[in-house]
Design a protein around this ligand. Sequence first.
Ligand code: FPP
Ligand code: MG
Length: 295
Amino acid sequence: MNFKEELKNRTAYAEQIIRNYLPKEEGFSVKMAEAVNYSMLSGGKRLRPVFMYEVYKLFGGRGNVVEPFMAALEMIHTHSLIHDDLPALDNDPYRRGRKTTHVVYGESAAILAGDALLNYAYETAFQAFDRTDSWKPVADALKILGEKTGIMGMLGGQGVDVENDGKPLSREMLLYIYENKTSALIECAMMIGAVLAGADKEQVAVMEQIGSRIGIAFQIQDDILDVIGDSEELGKAVGSDEKNHKTTYVTLEGLEKAGEKVKILTEEAIDLLAKLPGEQEFFRELLCSLCTRRK
Ligand code: FPP
Ligand code: MG
């Protein structure tokens, strides 16, 4: 099977897992569940659960304890997108090729749908306890999920980003923002996959380093695509950073250097991966493909 077919299969698997865990649209809170499901089913790349499963397999993971965590992480990611698009933040009307949640359901409903999704992610992750008798790896995975998405992770990075909107940023602060608002979730995906499969501390630390580099590269490529990307292909407006007077890696270093940095970080991640055991071909190709992604 070639890489593209393999990626399609793995994305379809992640998609199925996510669908299995979505809230039921019933009762008085039906509108909230609808708004949640609207954003969850709008066709994201499902990269974070694909990463999680790939690392789980890399370390010999078996069984389905990883599945609630795959869904939970995509829920946290989607919550962050709903809130990031709100009028008070980036005020973006399109995401994943569809109108954003606040445009369809109204601003207050979108704020609450984001909150609901963040909470539902934990309700979902807790279901992992029903899938195994060994509680320690699940407890360790929950700790990673909480820390990497909280003040010392994604939310912290997003907070500093929003607080400094429109202001010039030092390279150091910009990299802090990228490490947290974007890398933290990718590190989280890879570390949880490793922990649930029984990887040791050093191996989990290597996954964190790989996630850090891939996350920063991913965010720089995001900056690049905001300038040179195609809005149709991306499923969202381009030029959002310029509109919001945002300092990005591209505004600091220029397009060419930004592209080189994406390559360097990806090569570093692949070198780190080579230290680990297991079948790596698909994983390596996946990391490489992100360098040249158009969406
Ligand atoms: C797109 O992911 C997302 C990013 C490049 C990360 C940007 C970071 C934020 C928006 C943080 C926001 C945080 C809060 C709490 C508001 P993707 O290209 O994988 O999207 P997809 O799932 O639609 O494919
Ligand atoms: Mg945005």
